[in-house]
Design a binder for this molecule. Structure first.
Ligand SMILES: *Cc1c(COP(=O)(O)O)cnc(C)c1O
Length: 406
C-alpha cells in the first residue's frame, strides 16, 4: 500500500523489517505463535548442513563448537530477559523444560507440597505439573486460582509459584518482581514461563530475583517451527538442583562414560541428550537480529502499535469486544478481541492476507512484533477486518470448518 502512517516516519526499528522474509500481501499478526523467517537463517542452515555436517562431520562437535551451541544460544537469549551469561541454556521444548525446572524447584522445598498456578496459564504447563505430581507420588497438590487471586494465595505451604508472565489469550501481564517477592517472603520459589515475554517485552529475571524460568524459541524469538526452548536457573540454585532427566549431556564428564551420574556444575546440568544442532543453528542465527536492539525500543513501539490497533478496531468494528487489559502497561505484545463467530472472521482475514489466530471459545488474537510491523500495517489490517465484518463475508461454510491447528 502506498500511504504511510505518520508514526512510521520516526520509527527507530523501521530498518529491521528488511531482516525478515515477509510474503507479499501478508500482514503478519501472529509472531506470538510462530515468528517470521529471518533472512539470514536459510543460508546459515545451508552452511551448517553442507559445510559443517557435510564436510567436517563428527569433527564439527569440536571444530564448530556444536557442543557449546545450547549455551551460546542461551547467552544470546539471556540479554533479552535480564539474565547473566551462563544462566540460560537453549534445549528441549518448553513443556519438557517446565518439567525439569518444576521438579528441581520442588526438590529444593521437600517439606512443602503445594504447586501454585493460575487458570490463565497455558494448559501444557498445568498438564506437566499434574503429571510430575503423579510421578513423584509424594502428596503434592496443584492449586489453581484466578490470576487476580495469585498474590493472596501464596501461603506458607506453597513450594513453588509457577506462572506464565503474559497470558496467551488476553496478553495480561503478571507483575514478576512483586509476585516473586511475595513468593520469597512466604518461603516459596518462583518459576516464570516467558513464552510470550521473551523478545516481546523487557524482562528482568535477575532484578526480580526469579528462581527459574522457561520460554519458547519459535514465538517472538523467530527460531523456526518447533525451535528449541530455553531454561533459566538463578546462579544461587545452579549447583544445588538436579535435573529429573539425568542424561549424559548434564554429566560432569560425558565422554568419560562413567557408569554413575555426576551432574556438571552450572546450567548445563539441566540439559539431557544430544542437542538438535540444525534447529539450534536456526535459533542462534535468528537471534542475531536482536543483537543491536534495545528491548525498551521494542516495548515502546509494541505499545504504540497495539494502542493504534485498539483505537482503530473500536472506532471501525464496534461488533468486537476487547478481551485484553486496556492499560498498555498491563498487556504484553498482543491484543485480543472477543466475537462469537471469531473463528470464521479469522479465517476470512487470513484469506485476505491478515494473519492472526483464534483461541477457543471466542478469542481473536493479534500479535504485534515491532521488528517487522509498521503502523500502516495496523491501519491496513483493521481496514480489511472492518470490510469483512461490514459485508459479513466471513459467513461462509469454508470459513467455519475448524482445522487441526487454530
Ligand atoms: C507456546 C507455549 C508453550 C509451548 O510449549 P511447547 O512445549 O513448545 O509446545 C508453553 N507454555 C506457554 C505459556 C506457551 O505460550
Amino acid at each position: 500500500m502506498s500511504s504511510q502512517h505518520p508514526s512510521d516516519l520516526t520509527d527507530v526499528l523501521k530498518s529491521k523489517k528488511d531482516a525478515f522474509q515477509i510474503p507479499d500481501g501478508v500482514i503478519y499478526l501472529d509472531g506470538n505463535s510462530l515468528g517470521v523467517l529471518p533472512k539470514n537463517v536459510p543460508d546459515r542452515i545451508a552452511e551448517v548442513v553442507r559445510e559443517e555436517w557435510g564436510t567436517s562431520l563428527i569433527r564439527a562437535w569440536n571444530t564448530h563448537s556444536w557442543i557449546d551451541l545450547p549455551g551460546r544460544t542461551g547467552d544470546r537469549i539471556a540479554r533479552l530477559i535480564g539474565a547473566g551469561k551462563g544462566t540460560v541454556v537453549a534445549c528441549d521444548s518448553t513443556s519438557v523444560n517446565v518439567f525439569k525446572v518444576l521438579s528441581a524447584a520442588l526438590s529444593l522445598r521437600p517439606e512443602r507440597k503445594v504447586i501454585l498456578s493460575d487458570n490463565g496459564n497455558f494448559p501444557t504447563d498445568l498438564y506437566v505439573a499434574s503429571g510430575l505430581k503423579q510421578l513423584l507420588d509424594k502428596g503434592h497438590e496443584l492449586r489453581i486460582v484466578d490470576p487476580e487471586g495469585v498474590r493472596a494465595a501464596i501461603t506458607d505451604d506453597v513450594a513453588a509459584v509457577m506462572l506464565t508472565q503474559v497470558d496467551y489469550r488476553t496478553g495480561r501481564v503478571h507483575d514478576m518482581a512483586d509476585l516473586t517477592r511475595v513468593a520469597h517472603s512466604a518461603g516459596a520459589l518462583a518459576i516464570w514461563d516467558l513464552a510470550h515475554s521473551a523478545g516481546a517485552i523487557p524482562v528482568d529475571l535477575a532484578g526480580a530475583k526469579a528462581d527459574f524460568a522457561v520460554g519458547c524459541g519459535y514465538k517472538y524469538l523467530n527460531g523456526g517451527p518447533g525451535a528449541p526452548a530455553f531454561l533459566y536457573v538463578a546462579p544461587e540454585h545452579q549447583d544445588k538442583v538436579t535435573s529429573p532427566l539425568t542424561g549424559w549431556m548434564g554429566h560432569e564428564a560425558p565422554f568419560a562414560f562413567d557408569l554413575d551420574y555426576r551432574p556438571v556444575t552450572g546450567i548445563n546440568r539441566m540439559t539431557v541428550g544430544t542437542p538438535a544442532i540444525l534447529a539450534l543453528s536456526s535459533l542462534h542465527a535468528a537471534l542475531e537480529v536482536f543483537e543491536d536492539v534495545d528491548m525498551t525500543d521494542i516495548r515502546r513501539k509494541s505499545i504504540s502499535l497495539s494502542e493504534l490497533f485498539i483505537a482503530e478496531v473500536e472506532a471501525r468494528c464496534p461488533q468486537l469486544e476487547l478481551a485484553s487489559p486496556r492499560n498498555p502497561e498491563a498487556r504484553g505484545s498482543q491484543v485480543s478481541f472477543r466475537f462469537a463467530e471469531g473463528y470464521a472472521v479469522m479465517q476470512a482475514l487470513i484469506a485476505r492476507g491478515v494473519i492472526g489466530d483464534f483461541r477457543a471459545p471466542d478469542v481473536m488474537r493479534f500479535g504485534f512484533t515491532p521488528l517487522y510491523l509498521s503502523h500502516q500495517d495496523i491501519v491496513d489490517a483493521v481496514g480489511i477486518l472492518q470490510e469483512i465484518l461490514d459485508t459479513q463475508s466471513w459467513n461462509r461454510p469454508e470459513f467455519k470448518t475448524r482445522a487441526k491447528v487454530t
